[in-house]
Design a protein around this ligand. Sequence first.
Ligand code: PLV
Length: 322
Amino acid sequence: MAKHFHVNTPLLESISMSKHVGTTVFLKMENSQPSGSFKIRGIGHLCQQRATQSKGVVCSSGGNAGMAAAYVARKMGLPATIVVPSSTPQLVVQRLKDQGATVKIVGKVWDDANGEALRLTETEGLTYVPPFDDPLLWQGHASIITEVAASLGPVVKPGAVLVSVGGGGLLCGVIQGLKDVGWTDVPIIAMETVGADCLNAAVKAGRVVTLDDITSEAKCLGAKTVCKKAFECTQSSELTIISELVTDQQALHAVETFLDEERVLVELACGASLAAVYSGLIRRLQDEGRLPTVLGPLLVIVCGGSSIDMKQLANLKHKLQT
Ligand code: PLV
């Protein structure tokens, strides 16, 4: 079997983003993974550890974890069942089917779909592939940071890392990676959209809370409850994690600006991170003294995502303007 399923993605310097933020910006292009997002790192690793003897995998997903599970299962010669909520766009359902997966649409949000995936694990004896809450996923995602460290070399260290947060798996992986390479003094800016803000709500409440509903259009950030580990990391003094929100409109504007300036189309979940650059949030954090005024290179994890094409972009524009 292959050593791993993900590829070593490009680390690109963005001149236009650097102009926006006033410091060098490096983009870790996870959109160029074979499954369209970073998810393949953790899910590939988890399946290699857990699914080699499996009769098939089942994954609950907002879309991208499912894309990764379907891709990995196909490469491993295993059947994949992907359970998605009804909010998942048809284009993702089709892309999952094109990967050879069986798709089940259950419930309104990811939490509902997850209930069905857990049920199938029990009744069908399938291997459960969680989208964000498992140490094996975090270990796999941590390779993002080890690759960045290898690309930057020993003398360059990021001033901060920008990540999007859904259920918190990517965040936990980035934390793990920063620890692995000894960059624990690098602050993380954890971005969510208003209405898919389970980490921010937990930070404000001082405990893990469950959102009533997901009202953001960034459905791939739409877990109602953040994983315990991600919340605990925000409470620990080992690393600095700054939890921030943008609106769907800001995330959409970021997706469009990124398309114009970098010629790359990513979904709204990723736009949440990019918006921190384009909306002036980084500069505000510097003004507030929460980030240093003289900031080292900003590392943006371009998490990617398959829930987007020109038609979907137009739909989102229409929805978010009214
Ligand atoms: N998406 C998960 C969870 O959805 C999924 O099933 O695909 N950026 C993109 C493009 C994503 O797809 C996701 C997660 C994230 C960021 C956030 O990652 P997380 O969940 O590990 O914090 C409900």
